[in-house]
Design a protein around this ligand. Structure first.
Ligand code: CP
Ligand code: NVA
Length: 335
């Protein structure tokens, strides 16, 4: 058996029995951080996304008559287009509002916008600078609210990331994800998703750019239940040891432009490049949520590498978000 197949087979044999999905999957009203998701909910979502990817026509028209509001305060290609196309494929409508048209909290309060959109639409996806704005929007809307990225979390990205790893290795439990770079929104959500799914996460950040103590405390508790291991270091070469996936994101997130010069200096040794790929296991995949800044956090060589799954990851935003929309809009109400 080849080394690659051996590693895959080992993952299967190590996997623990999966917890079942709750009676009402994704029973929390909103999907803001992945904290709310049950462990079995993720499994259910991935199975559904797999079916939707294989046979999209089987789900045509399933959300007929439903409308999705997209309220974005920052630019987006993947999140916006995958939600709009996804909703259309399921037979529903979507309405996109950009920051020029609807600057949250300027022309009218977040609270009023949330209440009005709840009267027209069935679900909303919101992209804000401050996570507190997303929470305020969710508190004041009567429809499910999806976080389409905030300064703190990017849970829709994590769904696609984990789905991609599951697709490549046939399993998520006990897979080793190496995350190299900034302790940002993408990593925060990956921490919740990976630890709930039973995957291990080895993180390498520069000193001072680690995820917050509060989140790490929360993750420790989740790991106790799932058996996941999360480790922190300041050395990318330590993190990639035994990695199945090597993941990075931008060094300067949207809203951090003023810190750009400092960050470029601090993050230099954390680039995903030929040296990192050369030392990582030969069957490991290279991941990035995009948009990428070639020559900063990742090189052209790494993006275009035969083991890069970056564009599968981008495609999988569509399938996983369709599954999310379907589950949120067809779940039974709590009695
Ligand atoms: N990865 C991601 O969320 O991309 P966008 O910012 O283009 O939506
Ligand atoms: N961390 C990045 C992710 C972009 C999808 C940002 O917030 O800009």
């Amino acid at each position: 058996m080849s080394k690659k197949r051996k590693r895959k087979a080992k993952l299967k044999s190590k996997a623990r029995k999966r917890p079942k999905s709750r009676k009402i999957p994704f029973e929390a009203k909103d999907f803001l951080s992945l904290k709310e998701a049950g462990v079995g909910d993720l499994d259910l979502l991935f199975k559904l996304a797999e079916k939707m990817k294989k046979k999209p026509e089987a789900f045509f028209g399933k959300l007929k008559g439903k409308s999705l509001a997209l309220l974005f305060q920052k630019p987006s290609i993947r999140t916006r287009v995958s939600f709009q196309v996804g909703m259309a494929e399921l037979g529903g409508n979507s309405v996109y509002m950009d920051p020029q048209e609807l600057p949250l909290g300027e022309r009218e309060s977040i609270k009023d916008v949330a209440r009005v959109l709840s009267r027209y639409c069935d679900v909303a996806a919101v992209r804000t600078y401050h996570h507190a704005d997303t929470e305020e929007f969710a508190r004041n809307s009567s429809i499910p609210v999806i976080n389409g990225l905030s300064d703190l979390y990017h849970p829709c990205q994590t769904l696609a990331d984990l789905f991609t790893i599951r697709e490549k290795f046939g399993e998520l439990q006990k897979t080793n994800i190496a995350y190299i770079g900034d302790g940002n929104n993408v990593l925060n959500s990956l921490l919740y998703g990976a630890s709930k799914a039973g995957a291990n996460l080895a993180i390498a950040t520069p000193r001072g750019y680690e995820p917050s103590e509060e989140i790490l405390k929360d993750i420790k508790l989740i790991c106790k239940e799932s058996g996941s291991k999360v480790t922190l270091s300041n050395n990318p070469f330590t993190a990639i040891k035994n990695a199945h996936a090597v993941y990075t994101d931008v060094w300067v997130s949207m809203g951090q432009e003023k810190q750009r010069d400092q960050r470029l200096r601090d993050f230099q040794p954390f680039q995903v490049n030929g040296a990192i790929i050369g030392k990582a296991p030969k069957d490991s995949v290279i991941m990035h949520c995009l948009p990428a800044h070639r020559g900063e956090e990742i090189t052209e060589e790494a993006i275009e590498h035969p083991r890069s799954v970056i564009f599968d990851q981008a495609e999988n935003r569509l399938h996983t978000q369709k599954a999310l929309l379907f589950l949120l809009l067809t779940r039974k109400k709590k009695r």
